[in-house]
Design a protein around this ligand. Structure first.
Ligand code: DSN
Length: 421
């Protein structure tokens, strides 16, 4: 008798079952353009929903606190070996539950409370865990923030070097949540070396690009590298931490467990192992080139429609629309986009005068729709649809036409193959 039966949930908990079914429909019927999201393969989804969710495996392979970890060990070792191959690293920890927890463990491994860190300003594209006042990173450490040049919206390395010299941070973070350009890790290294700072590269958004050589690899340059596994890498939600420094490796392991986490999520680690295997396949390289090509098509499409985008283009999967010229807020546009079936998020633009719940920008990403199979022409079409919405905000007839075009695209690229049926 097969142990796998579909739809137990439908019989035991109709309310949750219906939410899950509705979420499937939402993902199928709309265009997912949140830059940090992607669609995992059915294999990754299967591992995520596996019986390893039942298993406690505190500790590390062959050094667990509980018995019965023989398969958990095999799975975690597979994830470790594959993750190391992805970047050519000597050490990785695959247990962080998220990118924020990866950053927390990395900072705890190198710093004492009150130490100074230098990270990108949240309003210029940085991440909460890079020193935001409302995050643990801003509460435990003395945070100095660097930003972008007003002129070209690239990282202001002169300011960064000046701030480093003035404040002598113990650690500098090279990383972002909403920066559409390449990170020059060598420049960060030089600045860090000048003040004897540790360099942490947070490549949460761009891990997939780095794996495929479509973005410089910080291994051998940064002291510690943190990432998520679910953005351009297309794995389950989670984090990881790399280093080639043995001293940091030991401290990172003990900061993850027992420092800040208990039992690792073994089902997620299994799904990470599956995703890492997929990312080592040649087909993942073709996917990542499409991610980049499609982001460029979207950026070009916006500019052809006379809309401003931060930095005038993109080198990765992110396109950040700046709405100041058209006197629209990010919140209004993101909500209007949702109504026509395009999901993206309001986002601050550099030097944004508006607060984070309103903002002057909308962030788009190409990773999820590239997985779905859309190509350059559909991304140009989407740029036209978004531009038309921007120029006709509040016009219900135009919104209806845009919604119909969105449905034509979603129907042409069905999602069934991503879901376990
Ligand atoms: N919330 C993620 C993002 O959207 O970039 C980062 O944690």
């Amino acid at each position: 008798m097969s142990l796998i039966k579909k739809q137990y949930l439908k019989q035991t908990d109709l309310e949750v079952f219906e939410c899950l079914e509705n979420e499937k429909l939402r993902q199928s019927d709309s265009l997912e353009m949140i830059a940090s999201e992607n669609f995992v393969s059915a294999s990754v989804l299967e591992a995520t929903a596996s019986t390893l969710t039942n298993k406690y495996a505190e500790g590390y392979p062959a050094r667990r606190y509980y018995n019965g970890c023989e398969y958990a060990d095999v799975v975690e070792n597979l994830a470790l070996e594959r993750a190391k191959k992805l970047l050519g690293a000597n050490f990785v920890n695959v247990q962080p539950h998220s990118g924020s927890q990866a950053n927390m463990a990395a900072l705890f491994a190198c710093l004492e409370p009150g130490d100074t860190i230098l990270g990108m300003d949240l309003n210029h594209g940085g991440h909460l865990s890079h020193g935001s006042r409302v995050n643990f990173s801003g509460r435990y450490y003395n945070v100095i923030s660097y930003g972008l040049n007003a002129k070209d919206h690239r990282i202001d390395f002169e300011q960064l070097a000046r701030l480093a010299k003035e404040h002598r941070p113990k650690l500098i973070i090279a990383g972002f949540s909403a920066y559409p350009r390449t990170l020059d890790f060598e420049k960060f290294r030089q600045i860090a070396d000048n003040v004897n700072a540790i360099l942490l590269a947070d490549i949460a958004h761009i891990l997939g690009l780095v794996v495929c050589g479509e973005h410089p690899n910080p291994i051998g340059i940064a002291d510690i590298i943190t990432s998520t596994t679910h953005k351009t890498l297309r794995g389950p939600r989670g984090g990881l931490i790399y280093t080639n420094n043995e001293g940091y490796a030991k401290r990172i392991n003990s900061q993850i467990f027992p420092g800040i986490q208990g039992g690792p999520l073994m089902h997620i680690i299994a799904a990470k192992a599956v995703a890492f295997k997929e990312a080592l396949e040649p087909s993942f390289h073709s996917y990542i080139s499409k991610v980049k090509e499609n982001a460029v098509a979207l950026a070009d499409g916006f500019m052809k429609n006379d809309l401003d985008i931060v930095s005038g283009g993109t080198d990765n999967h992110i396109v950040l629309l700046d709405l100041q010229k058209v006197s629209l807020t990010g919140k209004v546009l993101a909500d209007a986009l949702q109504d026509v079936g395009i999901t993206a998020n309001k986002n601050a633009v550099p030097f944004d005068p508006l607060p984070p719940r309103i903002t002057s920008g909308v962030r788009f990403g190409s990773a999820a729709l590239s997985t779905r199979g859309l190509g350059k022409s559909e991304f140009s079409q989407i740029a036209n649809l978004v531009s038309s919405l921007v120029k006709n905000i509040g016009d219900e007839n135009i919104a209806k036409k845009i919604r119909a075009e969105v449905s034509t695209i979603t129907e042409a690229y069905p999602m069934d193959r991503f879901f376990l049926l």
